[in-house]
Design a protein around this ligand. Structure first.
Ligand code: 13P
Length: 256
């Protein structure tokens, strides 16, 4: 049985004080929910403060990005060496990074390798944009993204995949549970063919794109979907808590 994961990607939101306030509001209730991996990914600048606040709780901390070198003359970048003491996970290849910061499959591959060198678990984001979706190219795009950065070593490291169709991100136009389940089933099938059934069965694949407390259950109830990568709704304490709670309840019911 794969342990579900709900990860909050705060993106470029919150000052340090706001991050402290947000985490202070949810940490006890969030930490008390069992059988779900709860991850929050604040901006780099707040990681140290948030890490102090969640120490000793079951909440895990993730970064939103990293650079693939350990140190050196890379002005403005943050390395896996710097993150390793603070974080357990790191989001890699988010569509906003692919789109606005020109991250290619090759760069993303290097970032995954860099994360693994320091024991950071990558949450690798993949997904098609609306043109690709409308042209019926979803499977082709996803296969290319998976092949650009996927080796057996990655999967054995506990890497998590997040399927985030670009057209569903921040638009309020989420995929349906059925659509997301089908595409995530396709991802699992593709990995199964390449790396074997066992690896594919153990791999956690999340859905992301306009997930809210109102539609979360639709995704969590699907057999292929192992949780969610939540953007906007992760900045609202009650909303994020509700998504995690619903996940614990649904998964508890399904496994019981
Ligand atoms: P929204 O939940 O705001 O659509 O963002 C999804 C996302 O990009 C998470 O990484």
């Amino acid at each position: 049985m794969r342990i579900p994961m709900i990860a909050g990607n705060w993106k470029m939101n919150t000052t340090i004080n706001e991050a402290i306030q947000l985490v202070s509001e949810i940490r006890w209730k969030l930490g008390a929910i069992d059988n779900v991996d709860k991850v929050i990914c604040p901006p780099f600048i707040s990681l140290a403060a948030v890490s102090e606040l969640i120490k000793g709780s079951s909440i895990k901390l993730g970064a939103q990005n990293l650079y693939f070198e350990d140190n050196g003359a890379y002005t403005g970048e943050i390395s896996p060496l710097m993150l390793a003491d603070l974080c357990e996970l790191v989001i890699i290849g988010h569509s906003e990074r692919r789109q606005y910061f020109n991250e290619t499959g090759e760069i993303i591959d290097k970032k995954i390798q860099a994360a693994l060198r320091f024991g950071l678990k990558p949450i690798l984001c993949i997904g098609e944009n609306s043109d690709e979706n409308e042209a019926g190219k979803t499977e082709e795009v996803i296969t290319n993204q998976l092949m650009a950065s996927s080796t057996r070593v990655y999967y054995l490291s506990g890497l998590v995949i997040a399927y985030e169709p670009v057209w569903a991100i921040g638009t309020g136009r989420a995929a349906t549970g059925k659509q997301a389940n089908e595409t995530i089933g396709f991802i699992r099938h593709t990995i199964s063919q390449k790396e074997g059934k066992r690896i594919a069965q153990d791999l956690r694949i999340l859905y992301g794109g306009s997930v809210t407390a109102a539609n979360a259950a639709e995704f969590i109830n699907q057999p292929e979907i192992d949780g969610a990568l939540v953007g906007g709704a992760s900045l609202k304490p009650a909303e994020f808590l509700s998504i995690v709670k619903q996940t614990a309840e649904i998964r508890g019911r399904l496994s019981g």
